[in-house]
Design a protein around this ligand. Structure first.
Ligand code: NCD
Ligand code: ZN
Length: 335
């Protein structure tokens, strides 16, 4: 049995830089047609020069595979309208991080005060730039995303023409917001469709499953599954594949991030097949994002086959999700 996916897109991807970029970029470039590249490198991407130079390094690291890096800028509340006008020639989206909320987000937004953010959000709305948001407060770890809900609501109602993507949603409350506001969208990761907090910390601690936002409860996972398997038009696949070297994961003070890029399509196909929902997978991994981002990706056909594949224990010095385990599907061919 085989299953074909056309121009799969990863709408939330960390490619890092330097040696790590050289390890991970070819893996995404092999099976995805394009990816929305997060700007939280060190230092974060806040200028057009840095953006174009980073894009060039990604293209060089991607090898000969057809792969378009869709670049993002790190949101700053002091960007001017003329800067954003120029930026809109190079990016479709800006990524907003509350300051210090996750890996390399220290230069993020210190206050979510809408009046402080208004000039930039208004200009983005006028220019058709998309706002991608890491939606967590600094409250109790299991409540951070739910607490951010009221901020999503105030953004969505104050800027009705601004498309807002709630990145890597993990709760049933975030899922419910999708149907409440026309201009709210979401990315959903592979790992949040598969695991709950129990898998991370319910038994022996699993550092390679530790990420931000932390995986939540089974009822939350079910809500995420429901919209994904039913091809809800406002959800897109975004792996949030976030590689860290083994030394930063298997240590005291584990970095947040799950590395899924090389196994994402195989594992998603297995999951959708298990739920008899393969017919929805094309929308989830490409068609919805094309509509939301008004984007036509380069053509790529990925053929998957229901033949078991063993996941390597590491790529370079990064441990992937399902390391040393078998997946029910494998990549057969990429055209
Ligand atoms: C991401 C990273 O490592 O850059 N980590 C994560 O746990 N998801 C940042 C992010 O998306 O929060
Ligand atoms: Zn991320």
């Amino acid at each position: 049995m085989t299953h074909s996916l056309l121009s799969p897109l990863d709408m939330h991807l960390h490619l890092r830089d330097e040696a790590m970029l050289k390890v991970v970029a070819p893996l995404s470039a092999h099976s995805f047609s394009a990816g929305l590249v997060m700007p939280n490198v060190v230092p974060p991407i806040t200028t057009i020069e840095a953006l174009l130079a980073y894009k060039k390094r990604i293209v060089e690291a991607s090898g000969n595979d057809v792969f378009e890096p869709l670049m993002t800028l790190f949101f700053r509340s002091d960007y001017t309208r003329s800067f954003l006008e120029e930026a809109s020639l190079h990016v479709k989206a800006l990524k907003l991080y509350p300051s210090g909320i996750t890996t390399n987000s220290e230069g993020g937004v210190a206050s979510m005060d809408i009046e402080v953010l208004r000039p930039v959000l208004e200009a983005m709305s006028d220019l058709g730039l998309i706002l991608c948001v890491h939606g967590e407060t600094n409250g109790f770890v299991m409540d951070r995303e739910k607490e951010f809900g009221s901020i999503y609501e105030s953004f969505a109602s104050s800027f009705p023409r601004l498309k807002i993507v709630m990145e890597h949603i993990t709760t049933k409350e975030s899922v419910a917001l999708l149907d409440k506001y026309d201009n709210l969208y979401a990315t959903i990761t592979l790992h949040h469709l598969l695991i709950t907090l129990d898998d991370v910390a319910g038994g022996m601690l699993k550092p390679h499953l530790f990420c931000k936002p932390i995986a939540k409860r089974e009822e939350d996972r079910q809500a995420l599954l429901h919209v994904s398997l039913n091809a809800h038009p406002k959800v897109m696949f975004g792996s949030d594949s976030a590689p860290h070297p083994i030394s930063k994961k298997e240590c005291c003070g584990c970095a947040a991030g799950v590395f899924t890029a090389p196994i994402a399509l195989q594992a998603l196909t297995e999951l959708f097949d298990k739920h008899h929902a393969l017919a929805s997978l094309q929308a989830f991994v490409s068609d919805n994002a094309q509509k939301i981002y008004n984007y036509k990706p380069p053509f790529k056909e990925v053929i998957l086959e229901k033949v078991p594949s063993l996941v390597p224990n590491a790529y370079g010095d990064v441990v992937p999700m399902f390391a040393n385990e078998s997946l029910a599907w494998s990549l057969k061919n990429v055209l």
